[in-house]
Every structure is written in C-alpha cells, then in structure tokens.
Write a protein that binds this ligand. Structure first.
Ligand SMILES: [Zn+2]
Length: 231
C-alpha cells in the first residue's frame, strides 16, 4: 500500500470584486484558495471574490512568503507603511526608487525602500520599550500598595497587562496603561490598576483600581485588610 502522491500547492490570486483588493493564496484546489480569500476580503462570501491561477507565484508556495516586489512586478500594488505612498511600478519609477529596494511581503509591512523600513522599525522598537516601561511603572505602584499580589502575566491577552503609548511633543503620552493582578480571595478574575480615561488630558494620567463586579466585596476586604497591616 502506498499513499497517493499529494497534489502540489499552487498559487491563486483572490480579489474582492468591487475594490479589487486581495492576495495570493497557496492551495491544492481553487475552492480552498477562494474560501480563504473570501474570509479575508469579503466576509466569507465566495460569490464576492474572483479566484485565478497565479502561476508566477508558484515558486513561493513552499515557504508561503511572497515578496511584495514580485507581486508588484505582476501588477499588484501596496501602500508604504512608512510614508504611505502607493507602491507600484509607475510610482516607483516616478520617485526613482528601484523595485528591488521594496521591502516586505504580502502579509508583512511593506516599504518603498530601506529608509522607510528603518524609521518604522525603529519607532516600533521605541514604542515597545515605552510600553514595557509604562507597565513596569504601574506594577511598581501596585507593589507599593499591595506588596503580596501576584501579577497576571500569563492571562489571555485581553485580561492581562496592556499599554498604549504615543510619541508626542515633549515626550511619550501614556494613553492607556493597565496592569492585572490576582489577589487573595479573588473568585472571578484579576483586578486591574489602570489609567482613568481622560480624552483631552495631557500629562501624567490619573489611575485607579478596578475589579470584576463579583469580586468587589473580596477586593474591598483585601484592600481594607492590607491598609490596616501597612499602618
Ligand atoms: Zn515609504
């Protein structure tokens, strides 16, 4: 007995019918690519997308990573994640940018050249560092008030720590910072120390403690007990 030889992966260009936005999918059957493209670009409605073979991209089936410059050569266009310019063969020529200098792939950020890519990744790195610093600062504040809590570092993402920071004049603004922690007597989920929303406010944000409704009594009891202990 032997296994039937599997069909090779082939490239299919799937585009949404109105906007003509889409992507190249690698699949063994047209319908598989069509469904994937419809899920991404047409709320799952396969009658809203067109699916064509894109043999020019077959060579990338194995890795699944199709470079943007190859797609551009075959008529696709992207938006530069740095400067926002439309990247196609004409606009590149107009800006004297070489096609080979285009960075990125169809599921990754795409850049018109290395200058935009450097700026973007550098900002991303600095943003990540600022987010981490904001979370560390908030944890330190919580530790001062509740020295024996355990931070909920491994909760699923929507319940754990979160920071949103933006560069602004005079430094970084901490628009939202939330740290999550478990406390003795907790039944439902972590309590949070978080910024209070002030949309217009610039400068140090106010922050406060919140917990799940069902944990309110337990958290208040814990807060009262630790207050006595620290006096
Ligand atoms: Zn650019």
């Amino acid at each position: 007995m032997s296994l039937a030889h599997p069909l090779p992966l082939k490239a299919y260009a799937v585009t949404e019918n109105d906007e003509n936005t889409g992507a190249v999918y690698f699949a063994r059957h047209n319908i598989v690519a069509r469904k994937a493209g419809a899920n991404e670009f047409a709320d799952g409605d396969i009658t809203y997308v067109t699916c064509r073979r894109a043999a020019w991209a077959d060579a990338y089936a194995e890795t699944g990573r199709l470079p943007a410059r190859v797609s551009i050569e075959h008529g696709w266009h992207f938006e530069c994640c740095g400067c926002g310019m439309r990247i196609d063969e004409d606009s590149l020529a107009e800006h004297h940018l070489p096609l080979n200098g285009v960075i990125g792939g169809q599921w990754d950020p795409v850049f018109c050249g290395s200058r935009c890519a450097r700026k973007y990744w550098s900002l991303r790195r600095r943003t990540k560092a600022q987010e981490a610093a904001a979370i560390a600062d908030f944890k330190a504040i919580v530790c001062t008030r509740f020295p024996d809590v355990e931070f909920a570092d491994d909760e699923s993402r929507y319940r754990t720590h979160h920071a949103h920071v933006v560069p602004g004049r005079g430094g970084w603004h901490r628009q939202q910072v939330i740290v999550a922690f478990n406390f003795p007597g907790m039944k439902i989920g972590p309590a949070h120390y978080r910024t209070v929303d002030h949309h217009q406010k610039v400068g140090p944000a106010d922050a406060g403690y919140t917990c799940c409704n069902g944990d309110r009594e337990a958290f208040e009891a814990y807060a009262a007990a630790t207050k006595r202990a620290s006096q």
